[in-house]
Write a protein that binds this ligand. Structure first.
Ligand code: NDP
Length: 290
């Protein structure tokens, strides 16, 4: 088996399974899940994400509701839209694309989303449920990382895991998920002493720091599984832009038992898991066991 973890292929397989599941929901229960995506403003990267999300939502057979609002939108207006989407029975998942223009407090908006429809898993109720072992909707990127890890390693119980980064959207939920799998988890961050030494102890190393190629080859224990969440745009030696992760891939791949590339590793998982979260949310709202 290659030591490269192919997230693109895994995400394709997940979308195929979801398409079958969605066709079954339509046939047996008479509904298709719906995902509403709200974009405020003209941020070019956000526009691409929203377009990809809408396209993949439709491709798996779900309903996609796109709401594009001008950059001048007032917070009250956005909150009113979120309220309408909370009440709309055809909408099972709501995603408000971040970042938001500066006149809008993102936390106020995230807190206004019905936790049952919070398919990004950013609502404090879902964060709390994840931390306390309740029925949460889990942030898409770390959940995608966990799927790749379980697919490659099977049972994770007892493994030493190091998560680099402690953000609310990646690092912290990743650590909670690994703890839930009975790993022994260390969370490292910018104040950690001897980062390289901590990483070398890891059987599972998840890097989510946003620092291009920070994790060097000799930080990786022989045979460790490395999940690189980082997406960093740098200028290559040829003067052209290119994407790299938080891990120096070529060096680390020599030591790792398995490793995700950038691009083509964690990145493609995020939208596929968003679709899965929408199906999960829809089934829970309809009282269907999954
Ligand atoms: P944040 O900037 O929110 O968090 C970065 C974390 O890394 C912080 O906890 C910070 O520590 C830590 N950190 C920063 N520099 C260092 C350092 N030199 N040494 C040790 N720790 C450090 O980033 P995100 O969690 O949102 O994202 C991380 C990366 O993942 C980014 O590259 C982002 O683009 C990518 N990403 C990819 C996604 C995907 O779909 N594949 C989705 C989301 C993010 P401290 O808390 O002490 O400041």
């Amino acid at each position: 088996m290659s030591n490269i973890i192919d997230g693109k292929a895994f995400a394709e397989g997940l979308r195929r399974r979801l398409a079958t599941q969605i066709a079954g929901l339509k046939e047996k229960h008479g509904f298709i899940p719906g995902l509403a995506v709200v974009l405020v403003g003209e941020d070019p990267a956000s526009k691409v994400y929203v377009r990809n999300k809408a396209q993949q939502t439709v491709e798996v057979g779900m309903a996609s509701f796109e709401h594009k609002l001008p950059a001048t939108t007032a917070q009250a207006e956005l909150l009113a839209l979120v309220k309408r989407l909370n009440e709309d029975k055809s909408v099972n998942g709501i995603l408000v694309q971040l970042p938001l223009p500066k006149q809008i407090d993102p936390q106020a908006v995230l807190d206004a989303i019905d936790p049952a429809k919070d398919v990004d898993g950013f609502h404090v109720v879902n964060a709390g449920r994840l931390a306390t072992g309740g029925q949460a909707l889990v942030p898409c990127t770390p959940l995608g990382c966990l799927m790749l890890l379980k697919d490659r390693l099977g049972d994770l119980s007892g493994k030493r895991a190091v998560v680099l980064g402690r953000s609310n959207i990646v690092g912290k939920p990743m650590a909670q998920l690994l703890l839930g799998e009975s790993c022994t988890v260390t969370i490292a961050h910018s104040k950690t002493r001897d980062l390289a030494g901590e990483c070398r102890r890891a059987e599972i190393l998840v890097a989510a720091v946003g620092r291009p190629e920070m994790v060097r080859g000799d930080w990786v224990a022989p045979g460790a599984t490395v999940i690189d969440v980082g997406i960093n745009r740098i200028t290559g030696p040829d003067g052209k832009g290119k994407l790299v992760g938080d891990v120096a891939f070529a060096e680390a791949a020599k030591h790792a038992g398995a490793i995700t590339p950038v691009p083509g590793g964690v990145g493609p998982m995020t939208i596929a898991v968003l679709l899965q979260n929408t199906v999960t949310a829809a089934c829970r709202q309809h009282g269907i066991a999954i």
